[in-house]
Design a protein around this ligand. Structure first.
Ligand code: PEP
Ligand code: MG
Length: 864
């Protein structure tokens, strides 16, 4: 399979270091490779093979450019020998990946007094003078490193201007402007080679993923001038829109111009195709226009990529200077990949590889227009992608009031708790001061598809005054308009222009192809009917985690829940729970209906009880009122339930064992809903999951009670049903003891949020405070709550998986922590033999694509 033009390198080869011969003339058969000469040189060779009108070009390899930086120049006579008696050249960078950048191109090298005379005859005095001046300026700033300001006062044209430019150079350097093309070219090559090796340039490209030893190639190309008699100029053309990927001839052309001048905002650039807004190249030079379209189409077909053509027209004649992979939004990337495959230019599996899974996450949410001006007022962790604008509110109640007025609002909280969920539903975005990627706000935000920035610790909160102050001292109050960019972790002043989310036919097609390749299941974490619908829309194969506790925060249920918490006797607890049973049953029934027989894994109650109790005096007073109890009793019970470390305290299965009535009620609700849903439609086999297990005995105890409830429901209804009971592995001990837990469990699902928290001994709600610093200082390669720590937490996963499977061959393995939607973590789980991953609904497409890419790469033998 031929590689796409300018595709990002996947492997670095030893060819990079070849210390061979001299610069190579680019011909159809010359030994040029992206790994040794860079993407531009290779692309130009492909254009030569297509017989496109490419000016003569010589390529310098990474090794040669490295030597140049060290002071060892190639044989200049031989290099210039390729370009005739009076060469006029440009030099451009050719890095392995165009995204890694490189020094700017230098044009018109070789211009001197003698050539000037000649050029005056060929292209006219004005054009020749302008060309010479441009070169003097370019050489002075790029090579002689003179201050560009020194030319500010000069007129741009005329012999006098030229004289002044030459004198200015001589005054500054105390040398006449070099006339020998060999001297000029040597200077240009040396300055470009050294610029690449400078520390700043190295750090910049490393930030874009370049290895520390990334090389730079250079190409020396005969100038196609773009100035002079007849129709002369330069421009760029592409056949699709960079924003949508849909067919649209775009680009700019400018008469009497060079390089990328046509793209400058000011000036007299014109459209390419006929356009009611102004003149076009199609009208000005129809033949050249038609030829450019043909060239660009040919490139697409043969280079197997949507390309932008950089061209020059010289007296009506087209020259193709370069072909560049077009810039593209996420949406356009999907459309382009699919349309290349539809046109049989590439096979569907290659289209799957062409789209970065995270790009799907972007296109499924609104985004801040990349061209919009951004006034950043705070930065934090990009916890849930997408962007939205609204007025600031500081409480869940204010968010609900705002939604009732139909006013978009952004909820700002120090951190969110389950009590804020309804406020989060009402808001268009959320910002918190504290928290990390698996904190409450982040998890819920992703579930709801709500843009969210957490850990915005630069903001100084004044909750009483209902305002926040930014690091530069600006204060934002309730009602002020802001924009949350959850994709980039930024909070912006005002309502920034947004680009709409897109889920077009190209997206659907790509996902269908991906599913045909995928060999690991993808489910969604979904708690509400809305989540479940979203999950089905994104073709999740089931629900991998339904967190049931969120169901108890509805106002009518909260009171009953509190009654249950206040009951000190089992019978009283049971009475309160009896009221919750029908509501809980209705919740499950609805989920089963939406999922139409696809598996639904319900996690039994997990959080510490005090999360359901008020934490302010006012809240306690109103609770005392609604329970008709003295305030002192309420306060006392709240104090009694308080824990020093609730996340490691009385929660999960510990609660299930000490207050078994809760799990009994949930099991009954699940079974009764199962029977009802199965009677109406597809057969339901519910999955029940026990959270926070650390010992085999916990599973045995819960299992016995669940079996008892199942037997009771079977007897009471006279009907049979199946169910599967499994364990959530989220404590290190459960992973270590998986061998003895597995015989009691049909499945193990790794809850990597808590498992990461407990393995590191690092609070998931507080990690945001220092995570940035830890990553910056290289303590962690990346936030382990975001990307699975393959070494430590991963070892526990592998251990748990293999010990579990050894004990029980048919054990189903999955991951339901937030890592389930992260491509690298999916690769890890697939390798460890997991059956499926489960992630928030909006990440389901990302997971489907990432999983498919792993299979395609395996097929192509690209994985290790
Ligand atoms: C987990 O701990 O990984 C998990 C999925 O559960 P929660 O985030 O609800 O604690
Ligand atoms: Mg957990």
């Amino acid at each position: 399979m031929e590689q796409a033009a300018y595709s990002a390198p996947t492997r670095r080869t030893a060819a990079v270091q070849q210390k061979t011969s001299n610069p190579t003339l680019i011909t159809e058969t010359a030994p040029i490779a992206t790994s040794s000469h860079g993407g531009r040189a290779k692309c130009l060779q492909r254009l030569v093979r297509l017989d496109l009108p490419v000016p003569r070009t010589v390529a310098l390899s990474f090794a040669q450019v490295h030597d140049i930086a060290a002071g060892k120049l190639p044989d200049m006579a031989e290099l210039l020998g390729h370009f005739g008696e009076q060469p006029l050249l440009c030099v451009r960078p050719s890095s392995e990946d165009p995204d890694w950048g490189g020094p700017g191109a230098v044009l018109n090298v070789g211009m001197n007094d003698a050539l000037y005379v000649d050029m005056c005859d060929r292209i006219g005095v004005e054009a020749a003078t302008s060309l010479y001046i441009r070169f003097v300026q370019g050489y002075s700033t790029h090579v002689a490193r003179l201050d560009p300001d020194m030319f500010d006062e000069l007129p741009m044209t005329g012999r006098e201007a030229l004289q002044q430019a030459l004198s200015a150079y001589e005054d500054e350097t105390e040398e006449p402007f070099p006339q020998d093309p060999a001297v000029q070219l040597s200077g240009v090559l040396r300055s470009m080679a050294r610029a690449w090796e400078g520390t700043t340039a190295r750090l910049l490209r490393q930030a874009k993923g370049a290895p520390a030893d990334a090389g730079l190639g250079l190409v020396v190309q005969e100038m196609a001038i773009g100035l002079g008699k007849g129709e002369c100029g330069s421009g760029v053309i592409q056949l699709v829109s960079s924003a949508t990927g849909l067919p649209k001839i775009t680009g700019r052309y400018r008469s009497q111009s060079q390089g990328r001048e046509a793209l400058r905002k000011e000036g007299q650039s014109i459209y390419l195709a006929k356009d009611p807004r102004g003149p076009s190249l199609e009208e000005l030079a129809p033949e050249a226009f038609a030829q450019l379209i043909e060239c660009t189409k040919l490139m697409r077909r043969k280079l197997r990529e949507e390309m932008q053509t950089e061209f020059t027209i010289e007296n009506g004649q087209v020259h193709v200077l370069d072909g560049v992979r077009i810039n593209r939004s996420s949406r356009a990337a999907v459309r382009i990949a699919v349309s290349l495959a539809d046109d049989k230019v590439i096979p569907p599996e290659e289209a799957i590889l062409r789209v970065e899974p995270r790009a799907l996450n972007e296109m499924l949410h609104r985004q801040v227009d990349p061209d919009a001006e951004r006034v950043v007022i705070a930065r934090g962790i990009a916890a849930s992608p997408g962007a939205a604008s609204g007025k600031i509110v500081f409480s869940a109640a204010a968010a609900q009031a705002s939604a009732a007025r139909d006013e978009a609002c952004v909820l700002i909280r120090r951190e969110t708790t389950p009590e804020d969920i309804r406020g989060m539903h009402a808001a268009v975005a959320v910002v918190t001061e504290r928290g990390g990627v698996t904190s409450h706000a982040a998890v819920i935000g992703r579930g709801l598809g709500l843009p969210c920035v957490v850990g915005a610790s630069d903001l100084v909160f004044n909750v009483k005054r209902k305002c926040v102050t930014t690091p530069d001292g600006r204060t934002f109050r309730e009602g002020d308009q802001i924009t949350v960019d959850g994709t980039n972790g930024q909070v912006l002043d005002g309502a920034a222009p947004l680009l709409e989310a897109a889920q077009d036919d190209a997206f659907q097609t790509l996902m269908t192809w991906a599913d045909a390749f995928r060999d690991i299941g993808v489910r969604a974490n979904a708690d509400t009917p809305a989540d479940a619908k979203q999950a089905r829309d994104f073709k999740a194969e089931g629900i991998g985690l339904c967190r049931t506790e969120h169901m108890f925060f509805e106002a009518d249920r909260l009171t009953v829940m509190r009654e249950m918490i206040f009951a000190s006797r089992s019978a009283d607890r049971r009475a309160a729970l009896d009221q919750l049973l029908p509501m809980q049953k209705a919740d499950f029934l609805e989920l089963f209906r939406i999922m139409q027989g696809h598996p639904v894994c319900i996690r039994l109650f997990d959080p510490p009880l005090h999360e359901f109790l008020p934490n302010t005096r006012d809240g306690m007073r109103s609770l005392a009122e609604s329970l008709d109890r003295p305030l002192s009793e309420v306060t006392h019970r709240v104090e009694e339930l308080a824990e020093h470390n609730p996340m490691l305290g009385m929660r999960g299965v510990r609660l299930g064992i000490t207050m078994p009535e809760i799990y009994d009620m949930q099991a009954r609700a699940i079974f009764e809903a199962t029977l009802e849903a199965s009677r109406e439609g597809a057969l339901v086999v519910p999955e029940i999951m026990i959270p926070l297990v650390s010992a085999k005995r916990e599973v045995e105890l819960v299992k016995t009670r669940v079996e008892t409830v199942a037997a009771e429901v079977r007897t009471a209804t006279g009907r049979d049903f199946d169910y599967r009971l499994g364990v959530m592995v989220e404590t290190p001990r459960a992973a270590l003891r998986a061998g003895e837990i597995a015989p009691h469990a049909a499945f193990l699902s790794f809850g990597t949020n808590d498992l990461t928290q407990m393995t590191y001994g690092l609070s998931r709600d507080d990690a945001g405070r220092f995570m940035k610093e830890y990553v910056q200082q290289g303590v962690f390669v990346e936030d382990p709550f975001h990307r699975l720590d393959a070494d430590g937490v991963g070892e526990l996963l592998q251990m748990g998986a293999s010990r579990g499977r050894e004990a029980r061959k048919d054990l189903v393995l999955s991951i339901c922590g937030e890592h389930g939607g992260n491509p690298e973590s999916i690769a890890f789980c697939r390798k460890a033999g997991f059956d499926y991953v489960s992630c928030s609904p909006f990440r389901v497409p990302v997971a489907r694509l990432a999983a498919a890419q792993l299979c395609v790469r395996d097929k192509l033998g690209e994985t290790d």
